[in-house]
Design a protein around this ligand. Structure first.
Ligand SMILES: Nc1ncnc2c1ncn2[C@@H]1O[C@H](COP(=O)(O)OP(=O)(O)OP(=O)(O)O)[C@@H](O)[C@H]1O
Length: 448
């Protein structure tokens, strides 16, 4: 099959030297829905603009319907783009807005009327065609924008966070409608979002992006359940995947351990993963754990991790309980601080420190900490554990609890969740634990 959209080694360096896109390969088949998912500034919009012809790539090639199109005009590309801010013409009615692309192509009036009615019905705005954009709700405006984008039967559809200005209730409906509609039309769609729920719900495949590169591309369940990179594991999952530093120690014939500092995850030598772990003996790695990997057990259970509840979040159908097991979070540069919620965390951090510093000073201090996390690894000290030397990174006392060395477990309704401060013991399912080396690449324990 010929790909609707194909990018090969595409790069973009802006005039000021910003590397926005860095060697991206990507294919979207006809009728396929691919989302570009990643934190703010990772290059998602730039990729869409390059495909649409609004921006020129500084490296690589773009192909549409099997033809290289770098020199082609925007119109010849038959690509439609929808932005998050609707961008309807305010002085035209919804019907005139939808008809607009056809007028520019000199289509006759009867055909225009027929096609407008058809797409208006498809997106559910047939009763609103006489209204001006100002008389429409956010959700209705976005439906009109979608109708305008598909009325020309584009060969590729580019959607840039089209639901971010629509309120939550309408967003869920539109999410389903948009992905159903693009599949029915058989149009190749590239959809930009930084919302993982949206990406998971809509996409055939998700390309998780970071700093201009695609870190991993796969079906929603592949990228969620089988992350190849630490960043992907960190980015996907609610609550956040816990990423803790660990040292690997193997004692042939006895056990292999992931030493978390205050305690360790151990597996007996008879487990084929133990000799596989031995290949990493003394290596410093990152252990990624989601609630799926943990089970609450009695304190006497052999090999359980023990901790105290630091935070309980009640979500109605379940409670998410953060448990401090004395772990040390992995270098933030590789994980959390680049996530889109970072500004929120920043605000939280500032709010937590009113007694020590004030206003601008507090903000400056916090920014300095965030920056130093982004650019420099903390200097490791070492401490003796029962297995060997463990690199001790100073725990940041002021970091919000969500950045601490905690793990999370779920208490589905109606199980009563524990309270902050309560002790809790957790058994670890090693099959559900992700291990990453210091480059952020997944360590796979080949046990065959
Ligand atoms: N015209 C420009 N000149 C210089 N740098 C730019 C320009 N446009 C974007 N950038 C930079 O390129 C990088 C990628 O931007 P882009 O808008 O593609 O990211 P994004 O992932 O879509 O972000 P968001 O989710 O915030 O929209 C950012 O660092 C941004 O500041």
């Amino acid at each position: 099959m010929v790909a609707a959209i194909a990018l090969s080694g595409v790069g973009k360096v802006y005039a000021d030297g910003t590397v926005a896109v860095d060697g991206v390969d990507l294919e979207v088949d006809e009728g396929e829905f691919v989302t570009l998912l990643g934190p703010t500034g990772c290059g998602k919009t730039t990729i869409l603009r390059i495909v649409a012809g609004l921006e020129t790539a500084t490296a690589g090639e773009v192909w549409l319907g099997g033809r290289p199109v770098d020199e082609a005009s925007i119109r010849k590309r038959r690509v439609s783009m929808v932005f998050q801010d609707f961008a309807l013409y305010p002085h035209l009615t919804a019907g005139q807005n939808i008809a607009f692309p056809l007028h520019t192509e000199h289509v006759d009036d009867a055909t225009i009327a027929r096609q407008v009615a058809e797409v208006a019905r498809l997106v559910g705005v047939e009763d609103l065609l006489h209204r001006k954009p100002i008389q429409l709700s956010g959700g209705q405006r976005q439906r009109v924008a979608m109708a305008r984008a598909i009325v020309r039967r584009p060969s590729a559809l580019l959607l840039d966070e089209p639901l971010s200005n629509v309120d939550a209730a309408v967003r869920a409906d539109l999410r389903t409608e948009i992905s159903t509609m693009t599949r029915r039309l058989g149009v190749g769609t590239l959809y930009v979002t930084h919302d993982q729920t949206e990406a998971m719900a809509m996409a055939d495949r998700i390309a998780v992006m970071r700093r201009g590169r695609v870190e991993q591309i796969g079906t929603p369940s592949q990228v969620y359940s089988d992350p190849q990179r630490l960043f992907v594991a960190a980015f996907l999952g609610t609550p956040r995947t816990s990423l803790l530093q660990a040292a690997v120690y193997a004692r042939p014939g006895e056990e292999a351990v992931l030493d978390l500092g205050e305690q360790a995850i151990s597996t007996p030598w008879s487990d084929p993963r133990a000799p596989a772990l031995a290949e990493y003996n003394t290596a410093r790695i990152t252990v990624g754990m989601r609630p799926d990997a943990l089970r609450v057990v009695s304190p006497s259970t052999l090999g359980a991790l023990h901790g105290r509840v630091s935070h309980v979040e009640r979500l109605g159908n379940e409670a998410v309980v953060a448990v401090d097991i004395g772990g040390v979070p992995t270098a933030a540069a590789q994980s959390q601080l680049e996530l889109p919620e970072a500004p929120g965390l920043l605000a939280e951090t500032v709010a937590e420190r009113p007694a020590q510093s004030h206003g601008v000073e507090a903000l400056r201090g916090t920014l300095a900490r965030l920056r130093s996390h982004q650019h420099a690894e903390p200097l490791p000290a070492t401490a003796r554990t029962r297995y060997g030397f463990y690199p001790v990174y100073e725990r940041d006392q002021h970091a919000p609890a969500s950045l601490g060395g905690t793990v999370s477990v779920r208490f589905p309704h109606p199980a009563p969740p524990p309270r902050p401060g309560d002790p809790l013991s957790l058994a670890v399912d090693l099959d559900q634990v992700f291990l990453f080396d210091h480059h952020g690449d997944r360590i796979r324990l080949h046990t065959a």
